[in-house]
Design a binder for this molecule. Structure first.
Ligand code: NAD
Length: 494
């Protein structure tokens, strides 16, 4: 049996054992292995790619207090990963996920991927091609093309997937769906979504590069850069601040869009958008000469994304996105003393219909229904508590995924996942449409005016028409360069 076969057999065994546990063949646990015995079907063998930062809590949550087993950890920076390494002492530690997945293909069932955004696509594809289930942080990918490829690969390889937008598993989202289905806000025409991000340096000059800190080697940094274009190390990239640079991150929209656009995408059953337009904030260090930094995400942006009518909503919808501290104005139907979205107004969602407004904060928290002259509806504690796993960390989002991995592809548990790639892929593509418009907005050509003076022509500052099925801007060819990316030598998506 070849390695791939052997590896897949372990997952086949997990699935058969899960069927035994679900009542098809009942074998009491003590008969299988005696007191204290944990059936292999109960333990998913997990690995983490990106074990510091968010990866620390992702792998802990998936570990589920020992219900599952962490067999390997991968991180390019041992300082960042130190807490995970301390917690999972028996796990093998790697720096290159390609080496880890290859060497341990027989022993890994499922992988959490919590690296910077530019690594998600390549790491998830490598794992899925080896038949491993994947939990991938949001945004699912760095660009639209990668999202489509991962969505299709998950079906092809029959693996169980979940994106890390944990608010998808918040019962608040189910409640908002019920409100919409009952027609309580009528037909929705406008959605407002906003965030206080970026809360890291953004709109600043490109870092010049600094000497590597003692604990990082040149090879470690090369692995960090991975498929992206090579740039020298700088603390303005790693850790955390990579978010503000297109080479690695996806800006404010990429950071929060998959959390905040998730409720309207789900509640209004949205699909691919048809149009996108944006405007972005400027920075002036000299009079009349705005900074132009196409390598970096802008300090603020406003994006408008248009959607066609949907099965549940008989009107086109305009979704307005604001970041960098901007937020929509306070609608009349929401009492003036009430906050917008969440306390502090930092992040939020308003779905505005002809009969009322559904509002919520980040992760689908604090859902509210406002109608003129009627009492505001909120989520009761009883409603929240009536959902089985949602009191677990992050609404049980990672644990639901591990249970679905054990139950297998297409199982009831798999179908019940709130952000498997069939849903998360199109959501992610939609979020990244906004970034396509933002990057197009920065495109610049120099041309001479009638007096022979140099002038800038920002030819991408226009409404972009989108063919979602074919992933193509139809009225401005130059924007299509941002649908995908080129990969550095030695790295590939497929
Ligand atoms: N769902 C949420 O609430 C949430 C919250 C925070 C971050 N995130 C997401 O998690 C991801 C990580 O964000 P973060 O804030 O933890 O960033 P971070 O920079 O703090 O941590 C990233 C970790 O990945 C490691 N890493 C970098 N390149 C790697 C590679 N090639 N292979 C293995 N490890 C690598 C880093 O050393 C670091 O330990 C992002 O996609 C982010 O959007 C999600």
């Amino acid at each position: 049996m070849d390695k791939k076969q052997t590896n897949k057999s372990r997952r086949g065994f997990l699935k058969n054992s899960a069927m035994m546990g679900s009542g098809l063949i009942i074998v009491p646990r003590h008969v299988l292995g005696g007191k204290g015995y944990t059936a292999p079907s109960d333990r998913l063998h997990l690995a983490a790619i990106g074990a510091g930062g968010k990866g620390n809590s992702d792998i802990r949550n998936a570990y589920n207090d020992g219900v599952n087993k962490v067999v390997a950890l991968c991180d390019v920076d041992m300082n960042q990963a130190k807490d995970s390494i301390k917690k999972f002492k028996k796990a093998k530690v790697y720096k290159d996920f390609r080496v880890m997945l290859e060497e341990m293909r027989k022993d890994i069932d499922a992988v959490t991927i919590s690296t910077p955004d530019h690594i998600h696509g390549v790491a998830a594809m490598t794992a899925m091609e080896l038949g491993m289930h994947v939990y991938v942080q949001k945004p699912l990918t760095h660009n639209i093309y990668e999202a489509r490829q991962l969505t299709e690969a998950a079906r092809k390889h029959k693996v169980v997937t979940q994106m890390g937008n944990q608010g998808a598993s918040n019962p608040g989202q189910t409640l908002m769906m019920e409100w919409m289905q009952k027609g309580l806000i009528g037909t929705v025409h406008t959605v407002e979504v906003w965030t206080n991000r970026p809360v890291w340096p953004q709109g600043i000059p490109v870092p010049k590069g600094q000497p590597l800190p003692d604990h990082l080697s040149k090879k470690d940094w090369d692995l960090f850069v991975g498929p992206a274009e090579y740039v020298d190390y700088d603390p303005l990239y790693h850790p955390f601040k990579w978010r503000g640079w297109w080479n690695f991150g996806t800006g404010a929209l990429g950071d929060m869009g998959c959390h905040l656009i998730d409720p309207p995408f789900r509640v209004l059953q949205l699909g691919y958008p048809t149009e996108v337009e944006c405007s972005v904030g400027q920075i002036f260090k000299r009079d009349w000469t705005p900074e132009h930094i196409p390598e970096g995400c802008p300090p603020s942006s406003k994006v408008q994304i248009k959607f066609p009518k949907t099965a549940i909503n008989d009107s086109e919808i305009m979704l307005n996105w604001y970041d960098g501290g901007m937020r929509p104005f306070h609608p009349d139907v929401i009492p003036v003393e009430d906050y917008l979205g969440e306390p502090g107004n930092n992040n939020g969602v308003l779905m505005i219909g002809d009969k009322g407004i559904i509002a919520c904060g980040t992760y689908g928290r604090d859902p509210k229904l406002y109608r003129k002259g009627e009492e505001t509806l909120t989520m009761s504690e009883e409603y929240f508590d009536s959902f089985a796993h949602t009191k677990l960390p992050e609404f049980g989002h990672q644990i639901a995924w591990t249970e679905a991995c054990k139950a297998g592809f297409d199982s009831k548990e798999h179908k019940a996942l709130t952000s498997s790639f069939d849903y998360a892929g199109p959501l992610n593509e939609t979020v990244l449409m906004g970034n396509l418009a933002i990057r197009s907005y920065a495109l610049k050509k120099e041309k001479l005016d009638k007096q022979g003076r140099k002038r800038s022509d920002f030819h991408g500052r226009k409404k972009l028409l989108w063919d979602g099925e074919n992933m193509k801007v139809t009225n401005f060819e130059d924007a299509n360069q941002f649908v995908g990316r080129t990969y550095r030598d030695g790295w590939k998506l497929i």
